[in-house]
Design a protein around this ligand. Sequence first.
Ligand SMILES: [Zn+2]
Length: 79
Amino acid sequence: MERKRPLEPIKPEGMEIILYYPCPFCSRKVPVVAPLEPTVIRCDACNKQFPIVPSDDKTIKFLKTILDNGRAAIAPDFL
Ligand SMILES: [Zn+2]
């Protein structure tokens, strides 16, 4: 069966908070999905590794809750 009409735009059902950590070697801001534990990341520009400070689980959960996991963040024209 061939679909005749285009798909309706899909709404988000989840979200992540991306934090940017400045690489101490080349200054690139490396995007990381909010880490909950101290960890070591690799810069995707210079390939060197460095440790990063974790995010606060409660803060991240709060942000996801007030935005209803992304559903409350869509453009008003699409509500
Ligand atoms: Zn770097």
